[in-house]
Design a protein around this ligand. Structure first.
Ligand code: ZN
Length: 612
């Protein structure tokens, strides 16, 4: 495997970081000026020489570990033995060109076919020039070549060659012809997929799965739950010395700030992770979507040359620390403050990485030859997918209900077929007009509001009728689309539909205490729905559920500009939190509202209005 290893600068928890692409590579049999001996080449040397060369490439590794692994692989790994065989062959016949080919043929048992015995039988060495070159999918190791060879990831010999320690005996990895055992075979699938194969291999190795797929009951909800799983305090060395040692070694941040201004976390004189944290007597759940962990003020302890107290502890899980003896970050993330941000996250698309390829040894190192936009998969996501856990889950069916003015239902038509579309639409009812029909014919629907109707009735799209549900419906939600207040009549019609059940026509909706109003707005007025600023509060509360702070400020400006608001300052105060959210996050609790007000002022100016 070839990769650039670049650990982050500064002191801090141990971190293994690869820079750029990871390659599966096979090196030539002989080293050259450009390529030092590495990978399989080393097996042509005797053990001690190979270990020495390997150590010179990896100076931080322990010699005795290398020696043990080297010895083991030479004993049991057929690829190591094949390399050696090839070398000997070239030594004996210097003029012939030798290559080792691993055939991708599902009919061959590659272990048997490849594994050389102690004699000279090496089945997969092809000698001579008259033999057809292998197809692309076969791995080929050439003895004389000055570049590294990239091998196909689909070849069943790729994994054992790339990860010799995971496949010490050179066992063949997944191949296209791998068949399920009898019990797992289905009529649709008799062969093992790559996913199933790796999931099986990993579960064999792991024994423990760090990803916990939690169900409804085990969700962390209360602050007692939080304290049970996550701690941000130094443990008592008298009751748990080992945990105390691991926490002080792995889970103490920095220190940074005035004690150590050169800490890598410092940005413009501030710790970018906001350490030291405040002391806190009790855990507080869901502050802006995150908990604030308990950090009681206790006697500081001496860690290295610093005096450390609970303000410096990075939140940890005791069991994980004791199991792995390593720095493991944990964060409670079971709470959602605003659903809209969750949606933003779900729909933002997958993680991506932009990979730049540079010409090796080029003088101008900024010369970018090409960009590759890649799909970035983190290790936890990879494990999640390999285990085939659900990425999402749908609990409710949402039924979209039409909100349209009389004779103004939307019609879809194709160019030149307008007349036919109108004819067709005249015969069909919308969910709204069909609801009127239902109320005319079914008295039991009278007490159910339009938005609740999908829980009790199902809209049959072919007949455009509401039909009574026999069962189910608990997980059905009716949704009236949001209407802009600039679309005045539809806006007020929606307001009436949310409140009035049993309506049999548009005229019925317009009728208030026996009198037919001219407009829906007037009807709202007559019902007293427009008294005070309640409608504006409702509009802002509704919008805050799904709109971004910027969109909310546009709505607020529109309401102030075009609605008749009685008490603008009160409207501002009551909705300040959602109107300022992004600015508060970006700046501070104090200055955020100023930025928001300036933004609203600017919006008003664009409508030729002002706060005065
Ligand atoms: Zn810091």
């Amino acid at each position: 495997m070839g990769a650039q290893i670049k650990p982050p600068r500064g002191i801090g928890p141990y971190c293994y970081r690869l820079h750029g692409q990871v390659y599966h590579r096979v090196s030539p049999l002989y080293a050259s000026d450009q390529h030092k001996e590495s990978y399989g080449q080393l097996y042509i040397f005797d053990s001690s020489e190979a270990t020495e060369k390997r150590l010179s490439n990896n100076q931080n590794c322990l010699q005795h570990v290398f020696e043990k692994l080297e010895f083991m692989l030479r004993e049991i790994n057929p690829f190591a033995q094949s390399d050696l065989q090839m070398y000997r062959l070239v030594q004996e016949h210097p003029t012939t060109s030798v290559k080792m080919v691993f055939l991708e043929d599902k009919n061959l048992d590659m272990r048997r076919y490849n594994a050389p015995t102690l004699c000279t039988e090496v089945a997969a060495i092809f000698v001579g020039d008259n033999i057809d070159p292998p197809t692309n999918r076969d791995i080929c190791v050439y003895p004389v070549e000055d570049t590294c060879q990239i091998i196909s990831p689909l070849n069943q010999c790729c994994d054992p060659m790339t990860y010799p320690l995971l496949f010490p005996r050179g066992e063949c990895s997944w191949n296209t012809g791998m068949e399920h055992v009898e019990e797992r075979r289905t009529t649709k699938r008799t062969r093992v997929t790559q996913l199933q194969y790796y999931a099986y291999r990993l579960s064999q190795r792991n024994g423990f799965n760090i990803l916990h797929n939690s169900d409804k009951e085990s969700k962390i909800r209360t602050k007692d739950d939080i304290d049970k799983f996550v701690s941000a305090e130094l443990p008592d060395p008298c009751t748990d010395l080992r945990l105390f040692q691991i926490v002080t070694k792995c889970m103490v941040h920095g220190p940074c700030g005035t004690i150590n201004i050169n800490s890598p976390c410092m940005r413009d004189g501030q710790c970018c992770k906001s350490f030291p944290k405040q002391f806190k007597d009790d855990t507080e759940e869901n502050v802006n979507g995150y908990p604030i962990y308990r950090r009681r003020a206790t006697e500081p302890v001496q860690v290295w040359k610093y005096s450390i107290d609970n303000r410096w502890v990075v939140p940890y899980n005791p069991w994980l620390l004791k199991t792995f003896n390593a720095h493991i970050n944990v964060e409670i993330c079971a709470s959602v403050k605003s659903v809209k941000y969750l949606y933003k996250y779900v729909y933002k698309g997958h993680d991506a990485a932009s990979v730049k390829i540079q010409k090796e040894g080029a003088l101008d190192h900024d010369e970018i030859l090409s960009f590759v936009e890649g799909r970035y998969v983190s290790a936890p996501e990879a494990m999640w997918r390999l285990n085939e856990f659900n990425l999402s889950h749908k609990s409710h069916t949402v039924v979209r209900l039409a909100v349209h003015l009389p004779q103004q239902q939307p019609i879809v038509y194709q160019d030149g077929q307008e007349a036919r579309a109108i004819e067709r639409a005249a015969l069909r009812k919308t969910t709204l007009t069909s609801w009127f029909e239902l109320n005319k014919n079914d008295p039991s629907a009278h007490n159910i509001s339009y938005s609740d109707i999908p829980q009790y009735y199902m809209f049959d799209k072919s007949t455009t009728n509401w039909k009574k549900r026999q069962r189910g419906g608990q997980n059905v939600i009716g949704r009236l689309p949001v209407v802009s207040i600039l679309d005045t009549e539809r806006y007020y019609l929606r307001m009436l539909l949310l409140r009035k059940s049993g309506a049999i026509s548009f005229d019925d909706i317009l009728t208030v205490y026996g009198i037919i109003c001219i407009t829906f707005q007037q009807a709202c007025q007559e019902y007293g729905l427009l008294r005070g600023d309640q409608q504006w509060h409702d509009a802002l509360n509704d919008a805050a559920q799904f709109q971004s702070p910027r969109q909310l400020r546009m709505l607020f400006a529109m309401i102030c500009g075009f609605g008749e608001v009685e008490d603008v300052p009160d409207l501002w105060v009551q909705h300040q939190v959602s109107l300022c959210e992004n600015f508060v996050h970006h700046y501070s609790e104090q200055t955020g509202p100023h930025y928001a007000l300036a933004d609203i002022e600017e919006l008003l100016t664009s409508y030729n209005l002002s706060f005065d």
